[in-house]
Design a protein around this ligand. Sequence first.
Ligand SMILES: C[S@@+](CC[C@H](N)C(=O)[O-])C[C@H]1O[C@@H](n2cnc3c(N)ncnc32)[C@H](O)[C@@H]1O
Length: 395
Amino acid sequence: MANNSNLGAAKAAKNDEFYTQYADIQKEVNAYLEYNPDTFRDKTVLLPCDDPEWSNFTRFFAQNFERLGLKRLISTSYAVESKKYKDYEPTLFETESPLFDIDKTCIKGKIFELTRDTNQNGRIDIDDLEWHYLEGDGDFRSPEVCALRDEADIIVTNPPFSLFREFVTWCIKSRKTMLIIGNINAITYKEVFPSIKENLLWLGATGFMTDMVFGVPKGADVDPKDKAKAAKLGYVGDFTRLGNSCWFTNIDHGRRHEPMMLMSMKENIRYGKHKDLKEEGYLHYFNYDAIDVPYVDSIPADYNGKMGVPITFLDKYCPDQFEIIDDGTEVPKTKEHISYKHKGIITYEINGKVVWSTPYTVSERKLGNSLRIERNGQPTNCPFGRIIIRKKQQQ
Ligand SMILES: C[S@@+](CC[C@H](N)C(=O)[O-])C[C@H]1O[C@@H](n2cnc3c(N)ncnc32)[C@H](O)[C@@H]1O
């Protein structure tokens, strides 16, 4: 029988194998083009962590090479022997090529490039892709893929989930333009949040409440509910839907320049739809100089101080309207970190420093090693998952 660590490793391996759908890539890229039709013009686009023979990223950028005005498209794949999840059948594209080498094919990565009309049919498209084996296995951290990154202008991909932190650091350090898929929770990672705060990285154009569908390896275990949701969206078979995926980018798009339409504090309390706000008003944190705003649609238009808002705020974030002050999310999750409780307020400390305190009357429930905070009997992310923002002061 498989032990827990084997199961964990298998799950982690499968979590790296989610294949992005053409329509999701198209929708996202079109939003940048709408804002600036020259976003990709004369650029070299690198698609690392891909499987170019059947990747929709390669298909999309190759098919739209001329429309986007690309200078060069590079796509690299990771060798099957290096992957944690091994389920590989070479495609006809590879086996029918004179370059096919049975010894190399499992241990080497591949590079696909598109720069010119190789078949001289008058247009540059997917049929003009040229390929060869890489020296190494195509690991994005390898010197040869790092060199490709340094040559590129824009990095686009859905990187392996298990290496997301490393991958995003790899992109940010290179100071390149990037467009990558990740999990919404990555917003709070120490590798990500500082860039979001400094306005060097933001969420993409597709709202993160939008379900994204991903292909999965043949026969992979998928939660039947997610499978059914994918099928409802037209993807029947080896697909899943992930409700917590989003795009991270530093490419500008129109949605981030649309300010939210907000009511005043008084109007929210009087006319807003949230019962707790109507009853309690806006609460001030016990040990942090900010008010708590539990709902994005209740952010008051007329409050000039600091506000703790749910991280879903970032989906609506317009940097002309608000500034991000602080990462309010570094909250310990174990009971040892709870240092005191006073009048229903739990205060969290790490190394003696108050990190967060909640103004709510909450109850605690121990779940394994972690502590769940409940509000009115419902699990809540309340003391977790807040970022601190402030209305942009007029210059
Ligand atoms: C989430 S999948 C996405 C594949 C493709 N980019 C797409 O969106 O359809 C990530 C891919 O990266 C590969 N991978 C895992 N570790 C890698 C590494 N260190 N370097 C490059 N690729 C890696 C995985 O095997 C997997 O095929």
